[in-house]
Design a binder for this molecule. Structure first.
Ligand SMILES: [Zn+2]
Length: 283
């Protein structure tokens, strides 16, 4: 599933290759992906405009659009794109070259089908921007509301992180996954961050020591930057150990497995052992 790194790479690709190209056609016929907009609404909002900037908070992107070229016409709506569980952005240049970013292609069990092109902008230069999404859980909409999202995980300050992470008694992994607190961390990144910081995923947030919170913050930053540089959350150090019989790449201890925050979770049985006082009966 695309997490912050994949979405940031997709945002960066759009910023590099899709801006300032006039939109001459819009295929918004998949009314599930474009809900609540009826077919044609996105098309009429975007025709004749171009994308002018690409932004991201957590896993949500939104693109600014230009005026239609008529003198004095104001800029258009913002186009929100969420990659969902399996979405990729595919951009075709004026010369036909194709670049893509989002969910890594290696996860596809089946060869790509054009029916999985859920939303398409066609540019005046002959190229296009496509949301390609086999599982159809991505979303395209105008003026997306990002008010329910917490600060972006790449931008959050140490003080805000401490305040957001420690409130309540929930297990720390569940807190890291809560997009309303800190936006952008998904299942693979959360396990990687906890492993880097040597903190049990089950530890109650109100029992975290100052040193543990500091380690979590540093791990958040380093794990995000590494994943963005290497191409996605699947490049983490413990991804290869996420299976029965897997061992910790740091000390060779067996990896432990359980469900935390509703998600499949792997951690080092030795370095991330839960201290008795950090136990959460509801985790
Ligand atoms: Zn270990």
């Amino acid at each position: 599933m695309p997490e912050l790194p994949e979405v940031e790479i997709a945002r960066s690709l759009i910023a590099d290759q899709a801006l300032h190209r006039r939109i001459v056609d819009v295929d918004d016929s998949d009314s599930y992906v474009t809900r609540p907009h009826p077919p044609g609404e996105l098309r009429s909002a975007l025709l004749g405009r171009s994308l002018t900037a690409a932004h991201r908070r957590g896993k949500t992107m939104w693109l600014e659009t230009s005026g239609t070229g008529d003198a004095g016409a104001p800029g258009g709506a913002e186009l929100g794109i969420h990659l969902g569980m399996s979405g990729r952005i595919v951009i075709t240049g004026p010369d036909g070259t194709v670049a893509e970013a989002g969910e890594p292609r290696r996860y596809d069990a089946r060869p790509p089908r054009t029916a999985w092109n859920r939303f398409t902008l066609t540019f005046a230069d002959g190229g296009s921007l496509v949301l390609f999404d086999p599982r159809r859980l991505g979303r395209v909409r105008l003026n997306p509301d990002i008010g329910a999202l917490g600060p972006d995980a790449r931008q959050v300050t140490p003080a805000a992180f401490r305040a957001l992470i420690m409130k309540g008694t929930i297990a720390v992994k569940a807190r890291l996954l809560d997009q309303s607190k800190i936006a952008g961390v998904g299942n693979l990144l959360a396990d990687e961050i906890l492993w880097q910081a040597r903190v049990s995923p089950l530890a109650r947030v109100d029992t975290l020591s100052s040193a543990q919170v500091n380690r979590l913050y540093r791990a958040l930053k380093s794990v995000l930057e590494s994943a963005i540089a290497k191409g996605g959350a699947h490049t983490g150090d413990i991804v290869a150990a996420r299976h029965p019989g897997g061992t910790c790449p740091r000390d060779g201890a067996p990896m432990a497995h359980g469900t935390v925050g509703g998600r499949s979770t792997w951690w080092c049985s030795r370095e991330q052992a839960l201290r008795p006082e950090q136990r959460n009966s509801s985790a």
